[in-house]
Design a binder for this molecule. Structure first.
Ligand code: MG
Length: 384
């Protein structure tokens, strides 16, 4: 029985992880939930799973959850809050596996602490790898802790990499749906509304990542994530637009063989893979190959998606530039969703923040967070 700590339990990855635990009760139980701000969902999860510890975003929310658990006659669930609360979840001695699915750098400290505590991590939070990938992967290597990617593309790459040696890898091909604006005339980009950008053609996801898919900044973050997870250079990672989102990614070996991973577009599969690795449990997540008529692939259009170019530039520079790419985008996406800037304002903001970011390589998490704060400050100042 694996006891799970889920960081970001009320988000879409967190809820999918719990549905896996529901389907495989003989394999998984829940030891810790970092639930964030959704009090009703946190209460329902705590009642259903009876974890040892639940963390809420704030002290007030933690107080309310404690009161409601008390009303329901539940004792024995410890309620904590804030970053120390999330760290308490990720380092809980009873937990055997940590699912890191808090969006943004908020999950960074807890993910790092889990690795330092020697716990295998299923990583759904790509911002952690983008902001602090060097630090996290070094810590993981030093302690021989596996980091299993839950991001669907990296999960596919992880699967394809199991059949060859590292020095035999030529190119990692990350597939991208191309988002809703793959064919929209460029002159209409300035009039894109948040409602249009929030309609993703193939995946149902959170709000920021859906906008990031529309700008393809998400794919840019994934390029950086791949470099760090798999120890390859940015030149070895290429993006391929694949509107059906059926091939989740591919690995090309030096002999010319290309391996692809194909499955349903359902995040429960990469989650199950990460939780069960190196095993493969039988599941009902089947894919109808015979119903598949064709697969389309094309090169991404860098003029249409300037965020992709910015991401490759940041990937080459690494360090503070990767951090600034992510931070500036988060601020710009928020401004776009609030109607304060047009859609092309997102890459414009990121480009200006990157231009003012010094080349630096933070050596620890405190420096990463300082660099992140500075990039956000610059983005806010530009948008004010
Ligand atoms: Mg992805």
């Amino acid at each position: 029985m694996k006891k799970l700590a889920i960081l970001g339990s009320t988000g879409s990855i967190g809820r999918s992880t719990l549905s896996i635990a529901e389907q495989f009760p003989e394999r998984y139980s829940i030891a810790a939930l970092a639930a964030g701000r959704n009090l009703d969902e946190a209460l329902a999860q705590a009642l259903r799973w009876r974890p040892k510890i639940v963390s809420m975003a704030t002290e007030e929310l933690a107080r309310q959850l404690t009161a409601r658990l008390c009303q329901a006659g539940v004792t024995g669930v410890e309620v904590v809050h804030g970053t120390p609360g999330t760290v308490a979840c990720s380092t809980l001695p009873e937990a055997d596996f940590v699912v890191s699915a808090i969006v943004g750098v908020a999950g960074l400290e807890a993910t790092h602490a889990a690795i330092l505590a020697g716990k295998p991590v299923g990583l759904a939070n790509k911002e952690c790898m983008v902001a602090a990938g060097e630090i996290l992967t070094q810590a993981a290597r030093a302690r021989n802790v596996p980091i299993l990617p839950i991001d669907s593309e990296h999960n596919a790459v992880h699967q394809c990499l199991r059949v060859g040696a590292h020095n035999e890898v030529k190119t990692i091909w990350l597939t991208a749906s191309g988002g809703p604006f793959r064919k929209l005339p460029l002159e209409e980009f300035a009039r894109i509304t948040p409602e249009q950008a929030l309609k993703h053609p193939t995946w149902v996801m959170g709000r920021r990542i859906t906008i990031d898919s529309a700008t393809m900044l998400n794919k840019g973050l994934e390029v950086i994530e791949a470099c760090r997870l798999f120890s390859v250079t940015p030149a070895q990672v290429r993006v391929l637009v694949h509107p059906q989102s059926t091939v989740h990614s591919l690995v090309e070996y030096v002999d010319g063989s290309i391996l692809a991973q194909i499955s349903v577009t359902d995040m429960r599969l990469p989650i199950l893979y990460a939780l069960a690795y190196p095993e493969r449990p039988a599941s009902s997540l089947t894919f109808d190959l015979a119903a598949l008529r064709h697969l389309d692939f094309e090169e991404p259009d860098f003029a249409r998606f300037p965020c992709l170019r910015l991401a490759y530039e940041a990937a080459e520079k690494g360090g503070a530039h990767a951090i600034a790419l992510n931070a500036a985008d988060e601020v710009a996406v928020e401004a776009f969703l609030e109607g304060r800037i047009p859609f092309p304002g997102i890459p414009r903001t990121i480009e200006r923040v990157l231009a003012s970011t010094p080349e630096a390589h933070p050596a620890n998490l405190a420096e990463v967070l300082a660099s992140d704060r500075e990039a956000r400050r610059m983005a806010h100042a530009l948008l004010a």
